[in-house]
Design a protein around this ligand. Sequence first.
Ligand code: GLN
Length: 489
Amino acid sequence: MSTSEILHSPITELSRKLRKKECTSVELTTAFLNHTKKSNPSLQSFLTIAEESALEQAKKADELLEKNATTHDLCGIPIAIKDIICTKGIKTTAASRILENFVPPFDATVVSHLKQVGSVILGKTNCDEFAMGSSNENSAFANCTNPWNTEYVPGGSSGGSACAVSSRQTPGSLGTDTGGSIRQPASLCGIVGIKPTYGRVSRFGSMAFASSLDQIGPFANTVLDAALILDVISQSCTKDSTYAQKPFIFDQQQICTSIKGKKIGVPWKFVETYANQEVLKNFKDQIDFFTKQGATIETIELPHQHFASACYYIIAPAEASSNLARYDGIRYTLQEGRTESLDQMYVQSRSLGFGEEVKRRILLGTFVLSAGYYDAYYNKAVHIRELIRKDYQDALKKVDAIATPTTPTPAFKLGAKTKNPLEMYHADVFTVGVPLAGNPGLNIPTGFSQNNLPFGLQLVGRPFEEDVLFQLGYAHELEHKWYEKVPTV
Ligand code: GLN
């Protein structure tokens, strides 16, 4: 295979070629590593390129493939990991100064599952600090850029993982999604990304942001590739009590079945209120496509959706303020030791180690949990969360999936929203409700704006019915093949 063929093939194709001995994992890995090293100065999608260990793993994968053992389709395939997910022996920073030199002594469950099937860990991808953000501009180390136009943001918080897949630095990657951090960057970079059902994938070894919302999921260029990765990472774990013990089983035949007769709900009022003109136009075209494929479109209501952002930006910071208390300058973190008292040391280490947005969230979270305000804010948000969950539950009794745009606009310019955090929060309007409810949400690419920036469609399903989302996504992909259009980087 030529380098260009390698970089432009989906995982399913690479896997076939590996088995037919038309290439080796070492060749694949070298091609992706070289492309990454060349393009990273302008994209800043990787914080660490794990060249040495990746090549070692590739060699081992080749041995496995040589023995002709029954290997998983991901054997020998390079995968990049968001830098908030722990990798044994490879620095894992959460894009934060406070963890600048942290090298975990263990692998997250998802990483050990990938290694077990023989995948190659290519490196660690850039993100917003502790996954807090929608543009990757809160990384303490570098601004990752959008591969379609490097003056624009790739989305966040898993911006590096999305950018790396879109620009073909890697055929697949992992991100985390708490309020949209997989679906939104997937949309802004024009690729496939899925937030699995809460509990589908173990969170062990993923640094906690908001534990009742966080979920790890895959990015890829095609629907089948994303499904293959989900199959591996959703396997068993005994270290996360919220893991539901329901691994997703990859079933190509099911995913490739016709979608005739499927029911798709569209909350038109919600969509029309928030999507801008070109996003709305693109969205309507996708709905027409599904109608032509024999799906039925029904208008639905999600009456509490307009509370979702407010609810999310209380619950997520509340949980974050508690989760981030562990970074105190004593155990695995940056330590500012030249202080007179222990308290001062905590204060100084955290003041130096955390960025502005993380501090804002800790303050917000501490406030909404404090005596006198707990009922007015946190408790109220918890009640509203239940109404939001019920909105999805009721709607999904009547339809198989709910469609909305993933984002109200295509990617915005670097710096466009950094001065106004509320504006940044509002950009999450279509994604934040889904993790509050716990349902799975898939982004698929749906074309390009006048400025040549990608559009995306979000499909939300019933808990543990990712297969239905993949089926709808696959039908769309088969016709449109947006993965054939690749950014020049
Ligand atoms: N943009 C949202 C936030 O800043 C979502 C982040 C995420 O999903 N990790 O909280």
